[in-house]
Write a protein that binds this ligand. Structure first.
Ligand code: ASP
Length: 343
């Protein structure tokens, strides 16, 4: 529904943004969402209509899981035609995972879904919550010819709007908690809100929203380190029901050339388990075959995650496994950008 003043749905899942200090213990705990709005009367000054919905029990995002992802997706699905944009308030710890997951779950999304949160609770004098929340709502309200400008899942934090599935939490202390090292910022908030239109995702507007709710969590994330043992990797590769492994390798996708390692990867792939090569580096891309140390991975049938983040790699794997994609096209699809998650 597009009127002159956009309708925005604020979805509160939990996180520091809506927390208060427990007097006795000093620990932060979630509080009633209604109080969040009371604390920001400025919201009434925005040129949009805001409705709110909250998780019955708000959670610290360390407790986030695919069932909650489905809950968020269903809230968006149910309200998709009633609202012009969605702002999801979420703890920062796992925000990049949820934003990545939702980007895959919401196929043909043609409206903004903006994730935000804060490093300090909304009641704190020096809080970053207000700016993050207010600008996120503004971003979600932006329209051109009565249509939303942003048509993807993004993440707004500390004056920057990022593509959600390109982000990583890089700092537990600074207000600038996120980075998108392999993709430019979608917008920057200064005196003006500057949108980098070239970098916005352009979905096929002829197709309608499809919400995918089937995610397969039978996967593993393995970070290589010098000295990693055969027995450990062997155990991981033989985990019952395992369907895929995200392998965090060195640099541009390199790993040890020891015989046992390559043999194990070959055997695992032959057993029908997908192995995806991503880099441990925060920025840059896997280029398989660039060095001798990654050439054997190509021969073994390892999939290249290119410049995907760990968070997006995990979510893409869960999503694709949930789609029952046949193994002969799995590699090609994984290596293709589905939601702008890799270059
Ligand atoms: N532990 C909190 C959470 O992720 C931190 C935050 O909200 O930023 O829910």
């Amino acid at each position: 529904m597009s009127t002159s003043s956009p309708n925005i749905l604020l979805i509160y899942t939990g996180g520091t943004i809506g927390m208060i200090k427990d007097f006795k213990t000093g620990a932060l705990r979630a509080f009633d969402f209604k109080n969040l709005l009371k604390r920001i009367p400025e919201l009434q000054l925005l040129d949009c209509k805001i409705d709110t919905i909250s998780f019955e029990t708000p959670i610290d995002s360390s407790n986030m899981n695919p069932e909650y992802w489905v809950q968020i997706a269903e809230i968006i699905e149910t309200n998709y035609n009633l609202f012009d944009g969605f702002v999801v308030l979420h703890g920062s710890d796992t925000m990049s995972y949820t934003a990545s997951a939702l980007s895959f779950m919401l196929e043909n999304l043609a409206k903004p879904v903006v994730f935000t949160g804060s490093q300090l609770p909304i009641g704190d004098l020096r809080t970053d919550a207000k700016e993050n929340l207010i600008t996120s709502i503004q971003v979600a309200s932006m329209q051109y010819a009565n249509k939303p400008i942003i048509k993807e899942v993004c993440l707004y934090f500390e004056y920057k709007l990022y593509r959600g599935n390109r982000t990583t939490k890089i700092n537990a202390e600074h207000f600038e908690a996120f980075a998108s090292l392999n993709y430019p910022d979608l917008a920057e908030s200064g005196v003006h809100l500057k949108i980098n239109k070239t970098y916005l995702f352009k979905p096929n507007l002829k197709k309608s929203l499809i919400v995918h709710k089937n995610l397969d969590t039978n996967i593993a994330l393995v970070k290589l380190f010098p000295g990693i043992t055969e027995v450990l990797l062997n155990n991981i590769c033989n985990t019952p029901n395992l369907k895929g492994i995200i392998l965090e390798t060195y640099g541009a996708g390199n790993c040890t050339t020891e015989k046992w390692f390559i043999n194990l990867l070959e055997k695992t792939i032959k057993n029908g388990i997908h192995i995806i090569n991503i880099t441990q580096c925060s920025g840059g891309s896997v280029i398989m075959g660039h060095y001798e140390t990654s050439e054997q991975l190509i021969k073994a049938g390892v999939i290249s995650g290119k410049d995907i983040t760990t968070e997006a790699a995990i979510c893409k794997l869960m999503y694709m496994l949930g789609q029952n994609i046949s193994s002969n096209v799995f590699k090609t699809i994984y290596e293709t950008s589905l939601r702008g998650e890799l270059s």
